[in-house]
Design a protein around this ligand. Structure first.
Ligand SMILES: [Zn+2]
Length: 385
């Protein structure tokens, strides 16, 4: 009786939380804060419900703390050591957001340690090139020679106009076959300067044109000049874009935590050094080398590392490498999303069940290496989360 009653209470509570406007934020810090506090506000009205330093968070195990914010769909946040050491401003806009060492994740990133990439691989590379310049022909020849997949962000308006030095629209489908083609706006404006109507047209018409030209979905994006603001991000999110690449250069190999602000490891001029580092480092977690660039910028001196010889050098070291998964940006983004969508359920002191809720296979670490979990299948791992 008591169990039933608490189950009913739980269902009412769960239902209530799902329906009311509200957010749950989770926080984990490498610092030794006794009990983190969270200070929050409504970004639309700048209203602050609780004075600095806000409210104490509730411990939820494995080093995580949580806090529920009712009545808001979006919140600005600062986490602090009860008003002492503090994080920079952060933002939460979905029901659950996990902040690990300051980075927001749409799922608990601790679960990443249970997974591998396809076929048990732990390293991955994505290669992302902007603009659809005529030099893409030469770049694609190299990618194909080394069995690598590229992701190309094109300005379909310029291609359709037959602008000088752009790949003509009628050549796009055949040339980029086997690679990913996604949007980069119609005409390459600075999206923070064009106004709401042009913003919508530049982004959505480019996607529609490219989907017609290639016959493939084009739900990725790359920001022209790397320029964007919250309005641009909101438009992409509302229209179902899977990811958007910035011109960030982290010089690290972290997986992207926010797919609509996906920063690269580095520009093509640093590709040789970054690739060398990446292949020689050993990582305990899943990692990604993301190089971005432009085929029109492959000229220059050998010393600057910014030319076709240097390009072939780093591509040949990555091509067919037995430890590296070469993926398009969509493939990697979809794989990360599928990890986030899986149920990860503790079923014993050292056992975790993983239910694959996605449409693609997931791979997990086992004592023998790795195992595949097909879509809608489950597997019990002898490891705790
Ligand atoms: Zn561009």
């Amino acid at each position: 009786m008591k169990t039933w009653l608490s189950l009913i209470c739980f269902l009412i509570f769960a239902q209530g939380f799902a329906h009311a406007e509200g957010l749950r934020v989770h926080y984990k810090n490498s610092a030794n804060w006794e009990n983190p506090y969270v200070y929050h506000w409504d970004p639309a009205t700048a209203k602050v419900p609780n004075p600095w330093p806000g409210q104490p968070m509730r411990e939820e195990g494995n080093g995580w703390w949580s806090f529920e914010i009712s009545g808001l769909k979006e919140a600005g946040l600062v986490f602090s050591d009860k008003g002492g050491a503090q994080t920079p401003d952060a933002r939460a806009s979905q029901v659950d957001t996990w902040f690990k060492y300051g980075e927001p994740w749409p799922f608990n990133p601790d679960r990443l340690k249970l997974f591998t990439f396809p076929r048990g691989l732990r390293k991955s590379v994505v290669l992302s090139f902007d603009d659809g310049n005529a030099n893409d022909r030469r770049l694609i020849e190299l990618l194909n020679r080394y069995n690598l997949r590229g992701t190309f962000h094109l300005n379909s308006g310029l291609a359709l106009q037959g602008a000088d030095n752009y790949i003509p629209a009628e050549d796009i489908r055949a040339l980029y076959e086997g690679h990913e083609v996604t949007a980069h706006t119609l005409t390459h404006p600075d999206l923070t300067q064009v106004g709401a109507d042009a913003l919508k047209r530049e982004v959505l018409d480019d996607r529609r044109n490219l989907e017609k030209l290639t016959g493939q979905e084009a739900s990725g994006f790359s920001y022209p000049y790397g320029s964007y603001n919250q309005e641009v991000i909101d438009l992409l999110r509302q229209n179902g874009f899977l990811y958007a690449r910035t011109i960030g250069q982290t010089h690290s190999f972290r997986l992207p935590n926010d797919l609509l602000q996906w920063h690269g490891s580095g520009y093509q001029s640093d590709a040789r050094y970054l690739t060398h580092r990446y292949l020689n480092e050993s990582h305990s977690s899943l990692t990604n080398l993301m190089i971005w660039g432009h085929s029109w910028d492959m000229g220059g001196s050998y010393e600057s590392g910014n030319n076709w010889h240097a390009c072939e050098e780093f591509l040949s070291s990555l091509g067919n490498h037995p430890e590296v998964w070469s993926a398009t940006m969509s493939e990697l983004a979809t794989y990360i999303q599928a990890i986030g969508a899986a149920n990860v359920v503790p079923v014993g002191p050292q056992q975790t069940r993983i239910d694959n809720n996605g449409l693609i296979s997931l791979w997990v670490r086992t004592e023998n290496g790795a195992a595949e979990i097909k879509p809608h299948a489950s597997l019990i791992l002898r490891q705790a989360l």
